[in-house]
Ligand binder design. Structure first.
Ligand code: KG4
Ligand code: ZN
Length: 373
Protein backbone atom coordinates (compact mmCIF):
# COMPACT_ATOMS: atom_id res chain seq x y z
CA UNK A 1 0.00 0.00 0.00
CA UNK A 2 1.42 3.41 -0.92
CA UNK A 3 1.98 6.08 1.71
CA UNK A 4 -0.99 7.99 0.35
CA UNK A 5 -3.30 5.05 0.97
CA UNK A 6 -3.01 4.71 4.72
CA UNK A 7 -6.32 3.75 6.26
CA UNK A 8 -7.43 5.93 9.14
CA UNK A 9 -10.38 5.17 11.39
CA UNK A 10 -11.90 8.45 12.56
CA UNK A 11 -14.02 8.74 15.71
CA UNK A 12 -16.08 11.82 16.60
CA UNK A 13 -18.25 12.34 19.70
CA UNK A 14 -17.78 15.99 20.68
CA UNK A 15 -21.43 17.04 20.67
CA UNK A 16 -24.60 15.23 19.69
CA UNK A 17 -23.44 13.03 16.82
CA UNK A 18 -21.73 9.69 17.35
CA UNK A 19 -19.67 9.17 14.22
CA UNK A 20 -17.05 6.85 12.77
CA UNK A 21 -15.46 6.73 9.32
CA UNK A 22 -12.72 5.05 7.35
CA UNK A 23 -10.72 7.34 5.08
CA UNK A 24 -7.94 6.19 2.74
CA UNK A 25 -4.93 8.41 2.17
CA UNK A 26 -6.60 11.28 4.03
CA UNK A 27 -8.80 11.90 0.99
CA UNK A 28 -10.94 8.99 -0.08
CA UNK A 29 -13.99 8.29 2.11
CA UNK A 30 -14.59 4.53 2.28
CA UNK A 31 -17.36 4.93 4.85
CA UNK A 32 -18.86 7.63 7.04
CA UNK A 33 -21.47 6.67 9.62
CA UNK A 34 -23.25 9.29 11.73
CA UNK A 35 -25.76 8.44 14.47
CA UNK A 36 -27.57 11.69 15.23
CA UNK A 37 -29.12 12.26 18.64
CA UNK A 38 -31.30 15.10 17.45
CA UNK A 39 -34.53 13.23 18.27
CA UNK A 40 -33.39 12.83 21.88
CA UNK A 41 -32.47 16.50 22.43
CA UNK A 42 -35.37 17.97 20.45
CA UNK A 43 -37.83 18.16 23.31
CA UNK A 44 -35.31 20.18 25.34
CA UNK A 45 -34.63 22.58 22.47
CA UNK A 46 -30.87 22.03 22.73
CA UNK A 47 -28.20 19.46 23.52
CA UNK A 48 -28.42 18.08 27.06
CA UNK A 49 -24.83 17.07 27.93
CA UNK A 50 -25.69 14.14 30.18
CA UNK A 51 -28.09 12.60 27.68
CA UNK A 52 -25.45 13.09 24.97
CA UNK A 53 -22.80 11.13 26.90
CA UNK A 54 -25.22 8.32 27.63
CA UNK A 55 -26.27 8.07 23.99
CA UNK A 56 -22.65 8.12 22.77
CA UNK A 57 -21.98 5.17 25.09
CA UNK A 58 -24.85 3.27 23.52
CA UNK A 59 -23.84 4.09 19.94
CA UNK A 60 -20.07 4.11 19.80
CA UNK A 61 -19.42 0.37 19.39
CA UNK A 62 -22.09 -0.31 16.72
CA UNK A 63 -21.21 2.89 14.83
CA UNK A 64 -17.50 1.99 14.62
CA UNK A 65 -18.41 -1.56 13.61
CA UNK A 66 -20.72 -0.29 10.90
CA UNK A 67 -18.06 2.09 9.55
CA UNK A 68 -15.62 -0.81 9.22
CA UNK A 69 -18.32 -3.03 7.67
CA UNK A 70 -19.42 -0.43 5.10
CA UNK A 71 -15.79 0.18 4.11
CA UNK A 72 -15.17 -3.58 3.80
CA UNK A 73 -12.23 -3.16 6.18
CA UNK A 74 -11.24 -5.17 9.25
CA UNK A 75 -10.33 -2.93 12.18
CA UNK A 76 -7.02 -4.76 12.46
CA UNK A 77 -6.15 -3.46 8.96
CA UNK A 78 -6.38 0.25 9.77
CA UNK A 79 -3.09 2.12 10.09
CA UNK A 80 -4.18 4.53 12.79
CA UNK A 81 -7.10 5.74 14.86
CA UNK A 82 -7.87 9.45 14.88
CA UNK A 83 -10.15 10.73 17.60
CA UNK A 84 -11.60 14.16 18.43
CA UNK A 85 -10.05 15.43 21.67
CA UNK A 86 -11.79 18.82 21.80
CA UNK A 87 -13.36 21.31 21.78
CA UNK A 88 -16.75 19.99 22.85
CA UNK A 89 -18.72 18.57 25.75
CA UNK A 90 -16.36 16.86 28.18
CA UNK A 91 -18.51 13.81 28.89
CA UNK A 92 -19.29 13.34 25.19
CA UNK A 93 -15.65 13.67 24.14
CA UNK A 94 -14.59 11.19 26.82
CA UNK A 95 -16.65 8.41 25.27
CA UNK A 96 -14.92 8.67 21.88
CA UNK A 97 -11.48 9.19 23.41
CA UNK A 98 -11.81 6.23 25.77
CA UNK A 99 -13.01 3.94 23.01
CA UNK A 100 -10.25 5.19 20.70
CA UNK A 101 -7.65 4.42 23.38
CA UNK A 102 -9.06 0.95 24.00
CA UNK A 103 -9.13 0.12 20.29
CA UNK A 104 -5.62 1.49 19.75
CA UNK A 105 -4.31 -0.59 22.62
CA UNK A 106 -6.17 -3.76 21.74
CA UNK A 107 -5.21 -3.58 18.06
CA UNK A 108 -1.69 -2.22 18.64
CA UNK A 109 -2.37 0.82 16.41
CA UNK A 110 -1.19 4.40 16.75
CA UNK A 111 -3.66 6.90 18.21
CA UNK A 112 -3.84 10.46 16.90
CA UNK A 113 -5.70 13.23 18.75
CA UNK A 114 -7.54 15.68 16.47
CA UNK A 115 -8.97 19.12 17.09
CA UNK A 116 -12.64 19.14 16.04
CA UNK A 117 -12.21 22.54 14.34
CA UNK A 118 -9.31 21.23 12.28
CA UNK A 119 -11.74 18.48 11.26
CA UNK A 120 -14.18 21.10 9.91
CA UNK A 121 -11.38 22.65 7.84
CA UNK A 122 -10.56 19.23 6.40
CA UNK A 123 -14.22 18.58 5.56
CA UNK A 124 -13.89 21.23 2.84
CA UNK A 125 -10.62 19.76 1.53
CA UNK A 126 -12.17 16.27 1.47
CA UNK A 127 -15.15 17.48 -0.50
CA UNK A 128 -13.05 19.29 -3.08
CA UNK A 129 -10.88 16.24 -3.51
CA UNK A 130 -13.96 14.06 -4.01
CA UNK A 131 -15.02 16.42 -6.81
CA UNK A 132 -11.54 16.43 -8.35
CA UNK A 133 -11.02 20.11 -7.52
CA UNK A 134 -7.69 21.42 -6.29
CA UNK A 135 -7.88 23.99 -3.49
CA UNK A 136 -5.27 26.70 -3.49
CA UNK A 137 -3.93 27.52 -0.03
CA UNK A 138 -3.45 29.74 1.93
CA UNK A 139 -7.11 30.39 2.59
CA UNK A 140 -9.41 32.07 5.02
CA UNK A 141 -11.74 29.52 6.63
CA UNK A 142 -15.04 30.36 8.33
CA UNK A 143 -16.28 27.65 10.66
CA UNK A 144 -19.89 28.34 11.44
CA UNK A 145 -22.01 25.91 13.45
CA UNK A 146 -24.20 25.64 16.52
CA UNK A 147 -21.13 25.84 18.74
CA UNK A 148 -18.68 27.97 16.76
CA UNK A 149 -18.36 31.01 14.57
CA UNK A 150 -14.69 31.53 13.98
CA UNK A 151 -12.32 32.69 11.23
CA UNK A 152 -8.89 31.20 10.59
CA UNK A 153 -6.04 31.76 8.20
CA UNK A 154 -5.06 28.28 6.93
CA UNK A 155 -1.86 27.34 5.19
CA UNK A 156 0.00 24.14 4.46
CA UNK A 157 3.52 23.17 3.56
CA UNK A 158 4.42 19.83 2.02
CA UNK A 159 6.04 17.44 4.49
CA UNK A 160 6.71 13.73 4.33
CA UNK A 161 4.29 12.90 1.50
CA UNK A 162 1.55 14.89 3.22
CA UNK A 163 1.03 18.47 4.26
CA UNK A 164 1.68 20.22 7.52
CA UNK A 165 -1.26 22.51 8.15
CA UNK A 166 -1.05 25.58 10.31
CA UNK A 167 -3.72 27.93 11.53
CA UNK A 168 -3.98 31.49 12.82
CA UNK A 169 -7.13 32.89 14.40
CA UNK A 170 -8.42 36.04 12.70
CA UNK A 171 -11.68 36.58 14.57
CA UNK A 172 -14.69 34.91 16.13
CA UNK A 173 -18.01 35.51 17.80
CA UNK A 174 -18.09 37.60 20.95
CA UNK A 175 -21.30 35.95 22.13
CA UNK A 176 -23.59 33.42 20.38
CA UNK A 177 -22.53 31.20 17.51
CA UNK A 178 -24.54 31.82 14.33
CA UNK A 179 -26.18 28.37 14.52
CA UNK A 180 -27.15 29.10 18.12
CA UNK A 181 -28.91 32.29 16.94
CA UNK A 182 -30.76 30.23 14.30
CA UNK A 183 -31.82 27.73 16.96
CA UNK A 184 -32.92 30.40 19.45
CA UNK A 185 -34.90 32.40 16.90
CA UNK A 186 -36.50 29.17 15.65
CA UNK A 187 -37.49 28.43 19.22
CA UNK A 188 -39.12 31.86 19.70
CA UNK A 189 -41.06 31.34 16.48
CA UNK A 190 -41.95 27.68 17.21
CA UNK A 191 -40.16 26.26 14.18
CA UNK A 192 -38.69 23.21 15.91
CA UNK A 193 -35.16 22.09 16.69
CA UNK A 194 -32.60 22.35 15.20
CA UNK A 195 -33.83 25.61 13.70
CA UNK A 196 -31.39 26.14 10.85
CA UNK A 197 -32.83 23.81 8.21
CA UNK A 198 -36.44 25.02 8.64
CA UNK A 199 -35.49 28.71 8.81
CA UNK A 200 -33.44 28.14 5.64
CA UNK A 201 -36.48 26.73 3.79
CA UNK A 202 -39.02 29.27 5.09
CA UNK A 203 -36.74 32.24 4.45
CA UNK A 204 -37.04 31.56 0.72
CA UNK A 205 -40.73 32.57 0.97
CA UNK A 206 -40.26 35.92 2.73
CA UNK A 207 -38.87 39.34 1.85
CA UNK A 208 -35.29 39.57 3.18
CA UNK A 209 -35.45 43.37 3.13
CA UNK A 210 -38.74 43.75 4.99
CA UNK A 211 -37.08 44.41 8.36
CA UNK A 212 -33.69 46.04 8.72
CA UNK A 213 -31.71 44.71 11.64
CA UNK A 214 -28.96 47.06 12.67
CA UNK A 215 -25.48 45.77 11.98
CA UNK A 216 -23.83 45.04 15.34
CA UNK A 217 -21.18 47.60 16.22
CA UNK A 218 -18.16 45.74 17.46
CA UNK A 219 -15.23 47.65 18.85
CA UNK A 220 -11.72 46.39 18.27
CA UNK A 221 -11.26 43.50 15.89
CA UNK A 222 -13.22 44.14 12.65
CA UNK A 223 -13.32 40.38 12.01
CA UNK A 224 -15.22 39.52 15.17
CA UNK A 225 -18.91 38.60 15.05
CA UNK A 226 -21.88 39.14 17.36
CA UNK A 227 -25.26 37.44 17.07
CA UNK A 228 -26.92 38.00 20.42
CA UNK A 229 -28.18 41.45 19.34
CA UNK A 230 -30.18 40.14 16.41
CA UNK A 231 -31.70 37.44 18.57
CA UNK A 232 -32.89 40.11 21.01
CA UNK A 233 -34.10 42.27 18.12
CA UNK A 234 -36.29 39.38 16.92
CA UNK A 235 -37.66 39.00 20.46
CA UNK A 236 -38.53 42.73 20.64
CA UNK A 237 -40.10 42.57 17.21
CA UNK A 238 -42.37 39.77 18.44
CA UNK A 239 -43.29 41.79 21.56
CA UNK A 240 -44.21 44.77 19.40
CA UNK A 241 -46.32 42.53 17.15
CA UNK A 242 -48.63 40.51 19.43
CA UNK A 243 -50.77 39.64 16.38
CA UNK A 244 -48.05 37.08 15.53
CA UNK A 245 -48.70 35.12 18.75
CA UNK A 246 -51.68 32.96 17.67
CA UNK A 247 -49.73 31.48 14.76
CA UNK A 248 -46.78 30.76 17.09
CA UNK A 249 -49.18 28.78 19.26
CA UNK A 250 -50.57 26.99 16.21
CA UNK A 251 -47.06 26.00 15.15
CA UNK A 252 -46.30 24.84 18.67
CA UNK A 253 -49.29 22.52 18.47
CA UNK A 254 -48.19 21.31 15.05
CA UNK A 255 -44.73 20.47 16.47
CA UNK A 256 -46.35 18.71 19.42
CA UNK A 257 -48.30 16.53 16.94
CA UNK A 258 -44.98 15.64 15.29
CA UNK A 259 -45.78 17.75 12.20
CA UNK A 260 -42.44 19.52 11.93
CA UNK A 261 -41.85 19.60 8.20
CA UNK A 262 -41.12 22.97 6.58
CA UNK A 263 -44.30 22.70 4.47
CA UNK A 264 -46.54 22.11 7.50
CA UNK A 265 -44.91 25.02 9.37
CA UNK A 266 -45.07 27.30 6.36
CA UNK A 267 -48.80 26.72 6.02
CA UNK A 268 -49.09 28.09 9.59
CA UNK A 269 -46.90 31.16 8.95
CA UNK A 270 -48.20 34.56 7.83
CA UNK A 271 -46.29 36.63 5.32
CA UNK A 272 -45.26 38.93 8.20
CA UNK A 273 -43.58 35.96 9.90
CA UNK A 274 -41.97 34.76 6.68
CA UNK A 275 -40.61 38.29 6.18
CA UNK A 276 -39.20 38.28 9.71
CA UNK A 277 -37.51 34.92 9.09
CA UNK A 278 -36.10 36.02 5.74
CA UNK A 279 -34.83 39.30 7.20
CA UNK A 280 -33.20 37.53 10.14
CA UNK A 281 -31.42 35.10 7.84
CA UNK A 282 -30.37 37.84 5.45
CA UNK A 283 -28.83 39.84 8.26
CA UNK A 284 -26.90 36.83 9.62
CA UNK A 285 -25.69 35.79 6.17
CA UNK A 286 -24.65 39.34 5.25
CA UNK A 287 -22.66 39.58 8.43
CA UNK A 288 -20.88 36.28 7.90
CA UNK A 289 -20.09 36.94 4.24
CA UNK A 290 -18.99 40.58 4.69
CA UNK A 291 -16.56 39.92 7.51
CA UNK A 292 -15.14 36.76 5.97
CA UNK A 293 -14.49 38.41 2.62
CA UNK A 294 -13.02 41.48 4.32
CA UNK A 295 -10.67 39.13 6.19
CA UNK A 296 -9.75 37.38 2.93
CA UNK A 297 -8.89 40.75 1.36
CA UNK A 298 -6.88 41.84 4.36
CA UNK A 299 -4.95 38.54 4.42
CA UNK A 300 -4.39 38.67 0.67
CA UNK A 301 -5.67 35.11 0.07
CA UNK A 302 -7.59 33.96 -3.01
CA UNK A 303 -9.49 31.11 -1.41
CA UNK A 304 -12.36 31.07 1.07
CA UNK A 305 -13.44 27.89 2.87
CA UNK A 306 -16.78 27.67 4.69
CA UNK A 307 -17.59 24.75 6.98
CA UNK A 308 -19.81 23.67 9.91
CA UNK A 309 -23.56 23.03 10.18
CA UNK A 310 -24.60 26.54 9.05
CA UNK A 311 -22.48 26.10 5.88
CA UNK A 312 -25.40 23.95 4.70
CA UNK A 313 -27.51 27.14 4.45
CA UNK A 314 -28.67 27.88 0.89
CA UNK A 315 -28.52 31.67 1.10
CA UNK A 316 -25.09 31.56 2.76
CA UNK A 317 -23.75 29.39 -0.06
CA UNK A 318 -25.32 31.49 -2.78
CA UNK A 319 -24.08 34.70 -1.27
CA UNK A 320 -20.54 33.40 -0.73
CA UNK A 321 -20.45 32.11 -4.29
CA UNK A 322 -21.55 35.33 -5.97
CA UNK A 323 -19.68 37.72 -3.67
CA UNK A 324 -16.45 35.69 -3.87
CA UNK A 325 -16.65 35.39 -7.65
CA UNK A 326 -17.14 39.14 -8.03
CA UNK A 327 -13.90 39.66 -6.08
CA UNK A 328 -11.98 37.01 -8.00
CA UNK A 329 -11.93 34.62 -5.04
CA UNK A 330 -12.80 30.92 -5.04
CA UNK A 331 -15.25 29.74 -2.35
CA UNK A 332 -15.51 26.10 -1.26
CA UNK A 333 -18.01 24.26 0.96
CA UNK A 334 -18.47 20.69 2.04
CA UNK A 335 -21.55 18.79 0.90
CA UNK A 336 -24.37 19.01 3.45
CA UNK A 337 -23.37 15.63 4.92
CA UNK A 338 -19.81 16.80 5.50
CA UNK A 339 -20.89 20.26 6.76
CA UNK A 340 -22.38 18.92 9.97
CA UNK A 341 -20.38 16.86 12.45
CA UNK A 342 -18.95 13.63 11.04
CA UNK A 343 -15.89 11.43 11.50
CA UNK A 344 -14.60 11.45 7.91
CA UNK A 345 -13.31 14.97 8.57
CA UNK A 346 -11.60 13.75 11.76
CA UNK A 347 -9.89 10.88 9.90
CA UNK A 348 -8.84 13.32 7.14
CA UNK A 349 -7.41 15.82 9.65
CA UNK A 350 -5.66 12.96 11.47
CA UNK A 351 -3.87 11.74 8.33
CA UNK A 352 -1.21 14.48 8.00
CA UNK A 353 -0.68 14.31 11.76
CA UNK A 354 -0.22 10.54 11.50
CA UNK A 355 2.32 11.03 8.68
CA UNK A 356 4.15 13.63 10.76
CA UNK A 357 4.52 11.11 13.61
CA UNK A 358 2.11 12.94 15.90
CA UNK A 359 1.04 10.29 18.44
CA UNK A 360 -1.26 10.30 21.45
CA UNK A 361 -1.20 7.71 24.22
CA UNK A 362 -3.28 6.64 27.19
CA UNK A 363 -2.78 10.05 28.78
CA UNK A 364 -4.82 11.75 26.03
CA UNK A 365 -7.47 13.91 27.68
CA UNK A 366 -10.68 15.57 26.55
CA UNK A 367 -10.33 19.36 26.37
CA UNK A 368 -13.62 21.24 26.36
CA UNK A 369 -12.09 24.51 25.18
CA UNK A 370 -9.21 23.24 23.09
CA UNK A 371 -8.23 26.11 20.75
CA UNK A 372 -7.04 25.49 17.19
CA UNK A 373 -4.95 28.63 17.21
O1 KG4 B 1 -21.86 21.50 12.90
P1 KG4 B 1 -23.13 21.15 13.58
O2 KG4 B 1 -23.82 19.87 13.16
O3 KG4 B 1 -22.95 20.99 15.12
C1 KG4 B 1 -22.22 21.87 15.90
O4 KG4 B 1 -20.99 21.65 16.04
O5 KG4 B 1 -22.85 22.83 16.39
O6 KG4 B 1 -24.11 22.39 13.41
C2 KG4 B 1 -25.44 22.40 13.88
C3 KG4 B 1 -25.99 23.81 13.68
C4 KG4 B 1 -27.36 24.01 14.31
O7 KG4 B 1 -27.34 25.23 15.01
C5 KG4 B 1 -28.30 24.10 13.10
O8 KG4 B 1 -29.44 24.90 13.32
C6 KG4 B 1 -27.39 24.69 12.06
O9 KG4 B 1 -26.13 24.10 12.28
N1 KG4 B 1 -27.83 24.39 10.68
C7 KG4 B 1 -28.23 25.34 9.79
C8 KG4 B 1 -28.62 24.66 8.62
N2 KG4 B 1 -28.46 23.32 8.83
C9 KG4 B 1 -27.97 23.19 10.10
N3 KG4 B 1 -28.27 26.66 9.91
C10 KG4 B 1 -28.73 27.36 8.85
N4 KG4 B 1 -29.13 26.79 7.70
C11 KG4 B 1 -29.11 25.46 7.53
N5 KG4 B 1 -29.50 24.90 6.39
ZN1 ZN C 1 -18.75 20.76 14.66
Amino acid sequence: MSVSEHLILGIESSCDETAAAIVAGGRRILSSVVASQVDIHRKYGGVVPELASREHLRQIVPVVREAAGQAGVQLRDVDAIAVTRGPGLIGALLVGITYGKVLAMALGKPLVGVNHLEGHVHAVLLEAHGEGRQIELPAVCLIVSGGHTILYHVKSEPVNGGGKFSYARIGGTRDDAAGEAYDKVARMLALGYPGGPVVDKLAAHGNPRAIRFVDPKIKGNPYDFSFSGIKTAVLYHLRRNPQLQPEIEARQQSLARGERGADALRALSSSATLDLIASFQHSVVDNLVDRTLAAAAQQGVRTVLVSGGVAANSELRRSFETESASRGLAAYFPSRALSTDNAAMIAAAGHPRFLAGDRADVTLEAEANLPLA
